[in-house]
Design a protein around this ligand. Structure first.
Ligand code: ADP
Ligand code: SF4
Length: 677
């Protein structure tokens, strides 16, 4: 099928300044956890997006000088000729597929602590860094002059490296936005006071960048259309600014002031949620506008363009989940689109200082290291494979095995496919997670060599009798009922009459009423989400966590504050820094993690969200307790091998299926600096 005329507007070339974009698909700057540290990995990953049809592919935040060093986060850098050569590899990889390369020059200002460079950070006034006991140095006129020189030098290097679009970045609390701030900027000279003065530095950077590189490169500005909060830059001032200098850049990349709302997870925000705050800017500036909104629906994209909100469809996550999204739309292959589920796992791993990964796209970040392509797998395989369990691991494995040419039987004990994804996506806020299942079921439906048998619990005897050449066990894991977990290495014994439930019980519909204590020692999303389910069904919920805040790990996905707010608004009592010691059916004994002091919390039911037990009994029946059986080719994948996040289960299924039958499973390359002899 060819391009649907309804969507053809998405494939029109667009001119911005001196460059012409091949289409309207624009990968905005996004973190990768690769940055300056993994240049080959980065170039291959960005190149893959260009191959998939993105008309523009940008870097992540790219430091322009050592006074802006975001260690331990793997930011990109354009400090010297070495950086220039590494980023040129990215620009080349993007150009190889006819796309344009953009670079987001960034200075963190007071926000960064410069842990690696050990240079004093600089700011409009001396302010504490985000996390460390470090304050910035107040910039004087000489610093301003130096800063403009660094920005210019970085822009010139970016041009020499082959970049086509060069950013000025006055938002998200970084250096240039400090100058815009009414409260941070106390200067009494021409850089402080009135809006015109506060935006002087921004204006100078736009003008200098344009005159230095504007003959060949477009200049883009990334700006929060709703201002930076009343105390910094009000919505009205943001409008005034766009009215005054809207004509200066070639492109406005519009964001909003709250980063965690901008890249809002699907638990809290829906597709296109920024529209109301950015829609005004295009008419005001008369310049092309790009913005994001977790766009995966071509109809929504077209509507944003036709209604005059956007000229370019900005995407970070949709391009991560499906680097081939534009090509699939162009070819009318809508059912092949791997839609982002809005879980923000991609962002979390940058925050953890490691390379990006994605729940939906297991090849993300593996393009260079393992040579994985998101759309191609080795074909021509023969033989039969039995995959047991149709959760994310089993579905992904069956799908990839099927594409490779194996004859695949996928069996699941449940009446529906999807395993934990189907069960969890019925919980509050997790509906979009069902896309993990739906994409794979759609792919399986196209593969006549894969058969799916639901409502089929297999025993070891049946597996042996089936006689497949290879067996993959994707039987998942179940939540423990004995309190075992991070904070509790010894099982807790509960009296038989006490109502002690697990997340599996709740997902099976056993939702207790009355006073319920939910104990969270897992500390990601499930505890808070189940607490919400209980509260919405009328229980009086006390949420107890061993962590300092509710759903602590979700700080990495940018969801922690919303999580806690949502729970408080639902009337849930939150108790932090306490572990569970006992529960007798009427009250729980809790211990303070610092003092060990005991406290009592009345409850008639206890829900334990602590840790999981792999469902590996069938595996050991098949391979024997020693773990091996000669001649058997039996593999565990997903949670059955290692309980983890859904992204890990998909990855595990993908890797096993891609590598099945290989003589040497793909040895991963290592991207690192090597000493030259
Ligand atoms: P993962 O995240 O690793 O994919 P899930 O828990 O989501 O794991 O899925 C495991 C699936 O395995 C569930 O749908 C479950 O019904 C199925 N399952 C477990 N044991 C058996 C079995 N013996 N036979 C068939 N299916 C099974
Ligand atoms: Fe989307 Fe989640 Fe993948 Fe990020 S990790 S791109 S949010 S599916």
């Amino acid at each position: 099928m060819g391009i649907n005329p309804r969507h053809s507007v998405l494939f029109e070339p667009i001119k911005i300044g001196p460059v012409t974009l091949p289409n309207r698909f624009y990968q905005v700057p996004h973190c990768t956890g690769m940055g300056h540290a993994l240049p080959r990995t980065l170039a291959a990953m960005r190149g893959m997006k260009a191959e998939g049809g993105w008309g523009v592919v940008c870097t992540e935040y790219c430091s322009l000088h050592p006074t802006s060093d975001d260690q331990p986060f793997p930011f990109a850098s354009m400090w010297d000729d070495g950086d220039m050569a590494n980023l040129a590899a990215m620009a080349d990889a993007v150009h190889a597929h006819g796309a344009l390369a953009g670079i987001e020059l960034w200075h963190g200002g007071s926000y960064v602590a410069n842990l690696a460079s050990r240079q004093p950070s600089i700011g409009v006034r001396s302010m504490p860094s985000r996390e460390d006991p470090v304050q910035s140095r107040r910039m004087d006129k000489a610093d301003l002059r130096a800063f403009r020189t660094w920005h210019l030098a970085a822009a010139q290097r970016a041009k020499a490296a082959g970049f086509d679009i060069i950013y000025v970045y006055p938002s998200h609390g970084y250096l240039v936005s400090e100058f815009l701030s009414r409260s941070l900027n106390e200067r009494t000279d021409e850089y402080g006071g009135s809006l015109v003065n506060r935006m002087r530095l921004f204006r100078e950077l736009l003008e200098a960048t344009r005159s230095a590189v504007g003959d060949r490169c477009a200049v883009a500005a990334r700006f929060a259309a709703n201002g930076h909060g009343e105390e910094h830059l009000s919505v009205e001032e943001a409008r005034d600014l766009l009215g005054l200098i809207g004509h200066l850049p070639d492109l406005w990349d519009l964001v909003i002031d709250d980063y965690y709302e901008e890249m809002g997870s699907s638990r809290f925000y829906s597709e296109g949620h920024l529209e109301g705050r950015i829609a005004y800017a295009r008419a005001l500036t008369g310049k092309p506008v790009v913005s994001v909104g977790r766009f995966t629906s071509p109809d929504t994209m077209v509507r944003q363009i036709k209604s005059g909100v956007l000229d370019l469809i900005g995407a970070a996550r949709p391009s991560i989940a499906d680097p081939f999204l534009p090509k699939k739309i162009r070819e009318g292959r809508y059912e092949d689109i791997r839609e982002c589920i809005g879980c923000n796992i991609c962002y979390a791993y940058n925050y953890r200082g490691s390379a990006i990964r994605c729940t939906q796209n297991p090849t993300m970040g593996e393009e260079w290291r393992r040579g994985w392509h998101p759309e191609r797998v080795p074909t021509g395989a023969s033989g039969t494979v039995l995959v047991i369990g149709a959760g994310p691991a089993g579905l992904e494995a069956a799908h990839i095995l099927g594409k490779r040419g194996y004859t695949v039987t996928l069996a699941d004990a449940a009446k529906e496919a999807g395993g934990r994804v189907s069960r969890e996506s019925r919980l509050p806020g997790l509906r979009e997670w069902s896309r993990v299942r739906d994409y794979r079921l759609q792919q399986l439906a196209k593969l006549p060599n894969v058969s799916l048998y639901l409502d089929n619990r297999l025993t070891a005897a049946q597996v042996r009798e089936f006689g497949a050449d290879d067996v993959m066990l994707a039987t998942g894991a179940r939540w423990r009922r004995n309190g075992l977990g991070r904070s509790c290495p010894v099982p807790i014994e509960f009296p038989a009459e006490a109502l002690v439930l697990t997340p599996d019980d709740l997902m099976d519909g056993r939702v207790p009423a009355g006073a319920v204590l939910l104990y969270d020692d897992d500390n990601y999303y499930l505890g808070p989400v189940l607490a919400l389910l209980l509260a919405r069904q009328g229980a009086r919920v006390c949420y107890v966590t061993s962590a300092p805040r509710a759903g602590e790990w979700s700080k990495y996905t940018g969801e922690q504050d919303r999580t806690q707010r949502q729970m408080l608004e639902a009337g849930i009592l939150i108790r932090c820094n306490e572990t569970l010691a006992a529960f007798d059916g009427h009250a729980a004994a809790l211990h303070c993690i610092y003092t060990g002091n005991a406290a009592v919390q009345a409850a008639s039911a206890l829900v334990l969200v602590t840790s999981r037990e792999p469902n590996d009994a069938l595996y050991y029946e098949l391979v024997g307790s020693a773990g091996v059986e000669s001649g058997a080719r039996i593999l565990r994948i997903g949670d059955c091998l290692q309980p983890s996040i859904i992204a890990a289960a998909v990855y595990s299924g993908h890797k096993a299926a891609r590598e099945l039958g290989s003589i040497a499973p793909s040895a991963a390359l290592r991207d690192r600096v090597q000493i030259q002899k």
